[in-house]
Ligand binder design. Structure first.
Ligand code: ATP
Ligand code: MG
Length: 419
């Protein structure tokens, strides 16, 4: 394959050094002073060229992880198959520094994981560009010369506002179907089109998405909920991909327009509030995501609905594998939301709800469902829900402590000693 490298001089692009994180610049400068090649790469270059704020500033270099660890403080090597470095900074900031890598050939991939020598995984800058998913992610920035380097036609795609898989889409999707999701995500987030050949391969390979590792699918779903969610979920639904990620929940969201409209409104509210600075825990975001489905599930059910709901989660055929704790917490929040609704509907108090661990999360979700935002503190009437829990450190109010006297356990009479 002939590759034309395109290099833009500083005057030919809008990426300015001052837009780059100063710690990332320091790492780049140090690596280059030591004689290594080092570039800013991936999402950061793409986003800066689009005038957007990058989520993180990843670096690639020809220095090996061991060499980086020796030369920098606070470096942690992560990854089992492909090792890369995390440079830690005060305040929790982490900058990822990876070594240029290459795609393995089919034979090389067939080797058992432990048998692949690490050397084989490293490559040239060109290899590194071509192993990436889409062309707009295969751009590099040399902070010293201030040049942008394009191996795979990413600049043209940015100008044409399109997302295109590098290489043959069929082969790249067959190799890793998560790339289908990533293509759809970038197009929805950036408001780009999906290039024709890439788009044609999506429905053909979509069923493979559900066969990817459940842990990976869960990680990708987390990414969706952390950022602006609604446009991407809309796009996943439009292409029939939700069913390959969240099993029968996805099928229901795809086939039932009214049900999906309710989800859409909640995601829209979540995204809007997030933009205003409201933070959501992972469990809360998932509770919103599953609420429209859970609401119809709860209809007409009584008794121990939480356990039944947890069972329903287990049998929904979710391809994304949720950690058990997340699953049970989400089921707990959803049950509490439904119980809060019953209290308001019937006017029958239930003080015990307020004492439950995830009550505050349920209140926030209830607020979004009913009014498009979490309620103001104190909006929950004491008459129905009892007094708010004292914040940690404060003594519990007397009334709360004395309301329920502890029951004394009766001792079993001891059997008479055998003589
Ligand atoms: P974001 O702004 O959402 O972080 P990103 O492009 O940086 O977007 P990451 O998930 O952080 O996305 O991945 C970093 C880079 O790794 C991507 O830009 C892409 O080049 C590459 N990459 C990630 N997943 C794959 C994959 N499945 N196949 C090929 N390349 C991938
Ligand atoms: Mg990234």
């Amino acid at each position: 394959m002939t590759v034309t490298i395109r290099i833009l001089s500083p005057s030919e692009h809008c990426l300015s050094r001052s837009d780059v994180d100063p710690d990332a610049l320091r790492i780049l400068a140090r690596l280059q002073r030591m004689g290594f090649i080092a570039y800013l790469c991936g999402g950061a270059v793409r986003d800066l060229l689009l005038g957007r704020t990058p989520k993180d500033f990843d670096i690639v270099t020809n220095a090996r992880p061991g060499q980086i660890k020796k030369r920098f403080a606070n470096v942690f090597i992560i990854g089992r198959r492909f090792r890369l470095c995390h440079v830690h900074f005060p305040g929790g900031k982490i900058i990822e520094v990876a070594t240029f890598r290459r795609d393995l050939s089919a034979e090389e991939q067939a080797a058992p994981p432990g048998k692949i020598p690490p050397e084989l995984l490293y490559g040239t800058p060109r290899d590194d560009a071509f192993r990436r998913d889409v062309a707009i992610n295969a751009l590099y920035y040399n902070a010293r010369t201030e040049e942008v380097i394009d191996y795979a036609g990413g600049l043209e795609d940015l100008a044409r506002k399109r997302v295109r898989i590098i290489g043959d889409p069929a082969a790249r999707f067959a190799e890793d179907a998560v790339r289908i999701w990533r293509v759809v995500r970038y197009a929805a987030r950036l408001g780009f089109d999906i290039e024709e050949e890439t788009a044609r391969a999506i429905p053909v390979f979509a069923p493979l998405l559900g066969k990817c590792s459940g842990a990976r699918l869960y990680e990708e779903l987390n990414k969706e909920l952390i950022e602006k969610t609604r446009p991407v979920v809309d796009a996943l639904r439009a292409r029939g991909l939700l069913r390959h990620i969240i099993g029968s929940f996805g099928e229901d969201y795809e086939s039932d327009d009214a049900l999906y409209e309710r989800l859409r409104a909640l995601l829209e509210a979540k995204d809007r509030l997030q933009k205003e600075g409201v933070a959501w825990s992972r469990e809360e975001a998932y509770a919103l995501f599953f609420w429209p489905w859970a609401e119809s599930f709860f209809a007409g059910k009584d008794g121990d609905v939480r356990t039944v709901l947890e069972k329903a989660f287990e049998s929904a055929g979710l391809q994304a594998v949720f950690p058990r704790k997340v699953r049970t917490d989400v089921a707990h929040i959803l049950t509490l939301v439904s119980q809060i609704m019953t209290v308001f509907r019937t006017g029958r108090p239930r003080w015990s709800l307020r004492r439950q661990a995830l009550f505050e999360s349920a209140v926030r979700i209830y607020g979004v469902i009913e009014a498009g935002r979490p309620p103001e503190p104190g909006a929950f009437p004491e008459k129905l829900f009892g007094r708010p829990r004292p914040s940690s450190g404060e003594p519990e109010p007397e009334a709360e402590r004395t309301r329920r006297p502890r029951r004394r356990r009766r001792r079993k009479p001891r059997p008479p000693k055998a003589e």
